[in-house]
Write a protein that binds this ligand. Sequence first.
Ligand SMILES: CC(C)(COP(=O)(O)OP(=O)(O)OC[C@H]1O[C@@H](n2cnc3c(N)ncnc32)[C@H](O)[C@@H]1OP(=O)(O)O)[C@@H](O)C(=O)NCCC(=O)NCCS
Length: 280
Amino acid sequence: MDDIESLRQAKLAAEDIAGALALSSAVDWNQTAADWALFIARGHAIGLFDPRQRLVATAAALPYEDGFGWISMVIVAADWRRRGLARRLMGACVETLRRQGRAALLDATPEGAEVYCRLGFVTLGGMERWEGKGGMSMTPGGAGVAPIARDATGALLAADRAAFGARRDFLLGDFLSRPGALALGHSDGFVVLRPGQRASQLGPLIAASAKAAGDLLAEAIATCHGAVFLDLLDPWKGLAPLLEARGFRRQRPFRRMALGRSTLPGHATRLVCAAGPEFG
Ligand SMILES: CC(C)(COP(=O)(O)OP(=O)(O)OC[C@H]1O[C@@H](n2cnc3c(N)ncnc32)[C@H](O)[C@@H]1OP(=O)(O)O)[C@@H](O)C(=O)NCCC(=O)NCCS
């Protein structure tokens, strides 16, 4: 095996997307080439390349407004693990955000949390990824939920900003420009759907009441075709029976962790599903 000294660290560029996608697909993640392109264009996406120029580790920091950024895509190829590569790339991402005056937030897998807690990250919340199949609603097309036109997303962007705690128009705009993406609205909330590598991703879902959250969730599931993933934040665990009734099952937990701040941004009472662990 090559020595870690032989690895070259570099910012990722468009020509690295295929290698990055190979890495995220190898760990069964749901990100697409469009997601990697977004990290490269809008964030600080870095990687380690072996002497044959194979990308063997990645991490990305995505700066948001309002004083924080999101770290994600911390992946190390199986044959390079436990040699300090995640720690090294995380250190670079944290330092990038710190220089910008931003705290670092992330959603950690159980394996990732082992790395981050040793870097000083503390757990401020959590969520669970659920997976199931779309098109199984008991009340399709109902409950006052309707698609939102792409040029009428102002209220959606404002609601997301209040619930998540940072303005991320560029992110939701990017999602909604992708083929197959869709936003649904309700008098009390919104949900965004986008295609993923393995499944449609449902989120963010923002709601001002439990009724709106349930109606949006049911309608969004009914609208999807094939496999669906969603990340349900812990304060909204009460929606589990709705998901179970539609045949969904828990896939894995995430810990929402932070370095440099002691509270979560936004309003936990409004943010029902994350945009994904890679975006918060
Ligand atoms: C999680 C992951 C990125 C860790 O990468 P890595 O390069 O092996 O991590 P490091 O070698 O930098 O680990 C730093 C420290 O974290 C701890 N650690 C890392 N992986 C661990 C594990 N699976 N179990 C327990 N502790 C672990 C150890 O203390 C380690 O130091 P040590 O090896 O000196 O004991 C890697 O296992 C991976 O790609 N997993 C799949 C994708 C994933 O879950 N990514 C995290 C997303 S939030």
